[in-house]
Design a protein around this ligand. Structure first.
Ligand code: NAD
Length: 333
């Protein structure tokens, strides 16, 4: 019996599918109404509930063996730089889910942390070595969102030490793919750029805005590799936070170039918006621990993953069939 918190979201939706395929009995929960979930399955128990509230966490963790907590009020840089308090309030979800897990004797708890926990002082150059798990300390994470994740990681650790609740903690680095946000203010760079380039192509207006000078770097991990990483991690007894990311560090300009090629759009004019949120200058993942401890490495190249993502977003733009396109989650949370 598995509970997936945040099942109506991007990673939660893909994880729900995978666990159902593996035969799990899944309770899928999200604060969003069901018609706004990215993916919804008939063979899971689907519930709309606010997991910031202890009562809801207590109710839905009864008879649950495993919890995967993917629920969080989050988005790309545009969201997290401008909504720091909102991001920090997600601490209530983790606090109450952990407390309920302890009370209801849940066997294991997975927490989705982020590369935003890493010390920002190590990420001031465009190209940096991959961030090792130990680079989170001394602590100077991304303000708001990163501090909440770092605090919640430690809370998980202490629930393990003090109450014997088994835990797994993944630090995700920019996960992307279909069935995620690509419009509305919460989208991240790959989805935002696929959408902008597709719109430019469909409208035959061959220009796009790029946030920053485009020289900032990140590494991007395709969703299927992420899901495999989560499951490998969950099967271990490893309790330290561990990177689930790609080591292929590319600049935003390079990302744009690859999406342009996939879209087959004529040459684009780029307008660089230097005052828009851009986050740290450079970031990538060091996967030595993931390889050694989880026996995990990613299989899908950035070009392959971008092609799947671009095609899905373009299809949504053409058919206007993503129900949550005009939806602003902050109105509900
Ligand atoms: P997402 O926004 O698509 O999914 C999160 C889901 O949580 C949303 O559907 C939202 O409605 C739900 N939620 C928010 N508040 C809730 C509440 N009070 N009760 C119940 N549900 C609530 O995001 P995602 O990309 O799927 O991310 C999943 C997790 O992974 C998050 O914890 C996120 O911080 C972490 N993460 C993601 C990335 C990434 O690149 N996608 C990177 C680092 C960390």
């Amino acid at each position: 019996n598995v509970l997936i918190a945040g099942a109506g979201g991007f990673i939660g939706g893909h994880l729900t599918k995978k666990l159902l395929d593996l035969g799990a009995n899944v309770t899928a929960i999200d604060i969003k109404p069901l018609n706004l979930w990215f993916q919804k399955f008939n063979n899971s128990r689907n519930i709309t509930s606010d997991l910031r509230l202890l009562g809801n966490c207590m109710k839905y963790t009864k008879n649950i063996n495993y919890i995967f907590n993917l629920a969080c009020n989050m988005g790309g840089m545009g969201f997290i730089e401008n909504n720091k308090a909102e991001c920090m309030i997600s601490v209530l979800i983790n606090t109450h889910l952990l407390s309920a897990a302890k009370e209801n004797k849940v066997k294991k708890f997975f927490f989705s942390s982020s590369a935003c926990v890493y010390n920002t002082n190590l990420q001031k150059k465009s190209f940096i070595s991959g961030l090792r798990e130990s680079d989170a300390y001394p602590a100077m994470p991304e303000d708001g969102y990163g501090w909440e994740k770092l605090f919640s990681e430690r809370m998980c650790r202490h629930f393990y030490e003090d109450f014997n609740l088994d835990i797994s903690i993944a630090r995700f680095h920019n996960i992307y793919g279909p069935f995620g946000t690509f419009e509305g203010g919460r989208e991240k760079a790959p989805a935002a750029l696929c959408r902008k380039i597709s719109q430019a192509k469909l409208n035959k207006k061959y220009e796009i805005d790029i946030w920053g000078d485009g020289k900032q770097t990140r590494s991007f991990l395709y969703i299927d590799d992420c899901i495999n990483g989560i499951l490998n991690l969950f099967e271990t007894k490893y309790i330290e936070p561990i990177n689930i990311g790609s080591e292929e560090q590319v600049s935003i300009n390079e990302l744009v170039k690859r999406i342009e090629k996939i879209s087959k759009i004529p040459k684009l004019k780029k307008r660089y918006k230097l005052n828009m949120p851009k986050g740290v200058r450079g970031r990538s993942s060091d996967n030595k621990n993931a390889l050694k401890i989880l026996k995990w490495k990613y299989n899908i190249t950035l070009n392959e993953g971008l092609k799947f993502t671009y095609d899905w977003i373009e299809d949504n733009l053409i058919n206007n069939n993503q129900k949550n396109m005009k939806y602003r989650i902050s109105k509900i949370i």
